[in-house]
Design a protein around this ligand. Sequence first.
Ligand code: IMP
Length: 179
Amino acid sequence: MQTIQIKDKLFNQYITEAQIQTRIQEIVSELSEKYKDKNPVFVVVLRGAFMFASDILKKFNYPCEIEFVKLSSYTGMQSTGKINMLLPLKEEIVKNRDVIIIEDIVDSGLTMDFFVSYVKGLEPKSVSLISFLYKPENLQKDVKIDIVGFTIPDLFVVGYGLDFDGEGRNLSAVYQLAV
Ligand code: IMP
């Protein structure tokens, strides 16, 4: 088992790069079938989803647009459930379009519960949500995820876009906190 250290914590490899890339191919096949004639708008949620989105979008060989949003961080929202958009969505791009939100992880679900409702309010033709990871044990809101990369137990994970205290986003595999 491959173990890495980030700051003072040890992490064990949990999902390999090969497993991720195999899953990416399956996701792209599903998206291609569904959206090849639709010119969808992919909305990438920064920062965590950048690597997942990049791998998907490089292989999605059909017309599409790509937008980015940045939502306020996890720690700041835990008490209130209120989420701020630090980089807002260009609202005019979404109206009457097929929108695909790309997120890194759905944990409590508070972030995506807010954001999916917000996008729906902008009158898109359709909205779907893709999340690289999903931790169902922590879910507090009934968030519908159309495509999940991997369902995982309630573990802190890092890599492939996800960070621990600002580091680890550049890792090409996923690592879990060693307990
Ligand atoms: P939610 O609103 O609780 O679903 O939180 C989602 C956000 O929390 C994600 O976009 C991540 O930024 C962060 N997050 C949740 N779990 C983890 C984890 O295991 N590692 C790194 N970030 C996480």
